[in-house]
Write a protein that binds this ligand. Structure first.
Ligand SMILES: C[S@@+](CC[C@H](N)C(=O)[O-])C[C@H]1O[C@@H](n2cnc3c(N)ncnc32)[C@H](O)[C@@H]1O
Length: 264
């Protein structure tokens, strides 16, 4: 229980006013804390709902053979994996570029191996240790390539940022219809994961496309999303943006032809 500053003797009307203001301030603080907790509870509920949707949705799937996803910590969350599953299942992308190896890759590799062996997947990852841990769990296929890329560093608004080095050389003139932006590590940077912006300038986007940004609630990722939208406008590429969230938020930038992804 908090002390009530109105208790005891109050000598003047100025003191009374100051005391009331202090009480109001404390109430406001407590209300803000309760609202924050309510938001968190709401996000947890949405997350649970997406977990159910994922389990129901995969029940009949013939191509998701390994369903042991570990969706916590730095990995993708349920809202992310659910919509990624729906996009792979219903849109059937033909050329996928994935930034950041991990849980999402368990799904994209199964898509190539068991659902659409004509399609291609390039995964970019900077950590050799991470590749050593994850690659043995993934299905093998000649159209699946896990690329180890070093990081390069640049300064943006007085903060150090990184991105994969040599990406444009690696992809050449390929056009991607699904780009998953979840690497390299993004937290604490103010223009993280900006390779996607370079790719648009370089003409690597297919006419029909979906770009997924994880961690879209963070300030840095919001900057990268804005830069991506600006790069699309500069190229006169029409697009729509929508978001999904559970305990983390994803932003989707899609071509008009893929706007139905927002209803999957
Ligand atoms: C945010 S993670 C996401 C990777 C992937 N899309 C997923 O769903 O798991 C991005 C990068 O963080 C690194 N990473 C992920 N989890 C890590 C961990 N537990 N410890 C160290 N690095 C980690 C990896 O280099 C990875 O490429």
């Amino acid at each position: 229980m908090q002390n009530n500053p109105l208790k005891g003797s109050i000598s003047s009307s100025e003191e009374k006013q100051a005391t009331l203001l202090e009480l109001a301030r404390r109430h406001e603080q407590r209300l803000a804390a309760v609202e924050q907790k309510l938001d968190l509870c709401y996000n947890e509920l949405k997350e649970l709902n997406y977990a159910h949707l994922l389990h129901d949705g995969m029940e009949e799937s013939s191509w998701v053979k390994n369903r042991t996803f570990d969706l916590h910590n730095w990995a993708a969350n349920y809202s992310f994996i659910y919509l990624l599953f729906r996009i792979l299942d219903k849109i059937e992308p033909r050329n996928i570029l994935e930034f950041g190896l991990g849980q999402t890759t368990k799904l994209t590799t199964q898509y190539i191996a068991y659902k659409n062996p004509e399609a291609y997947l390039n995964v970019c990852e900077h950590s050799l240790d991470w590749i050593k841990i994850y690659q043995p769990e993934l299905p093998k296929h000649e159209h699946i390539c896990v690329n180890h890329l070093d990081l390069e560093y640049f300064e943006y608004r007085r903060k150090r940022n990184d991105k994969y080095a040599g990406l444009l050389e690696l992809v050449g003139d390929q056009k991607f219809d699904l780009i998953i932006v979840d690497g390299p590590v993004g937290g604490g940077k103010n223009l993280p994961r900006s390779n996607v912006v370079d790719l648009i300038g370089h003409g690597n986007l297919a006419e029909d496309f979906v770009i997924i940004f994880d961690d879209a609630e963070r300030v840095g990722e919001k900057n990268t999303i804005k830069r991506t939208q600006a790069a699309l406008r500069k190229k006169s590429i029409a697009f729509q943006t929508f978001e999904r969230f559970g305990i983390k938020r994803q932003a989707y930038i899609v071509s008009a032809s893929r706007s139905f992804a927002g209803y999957l």
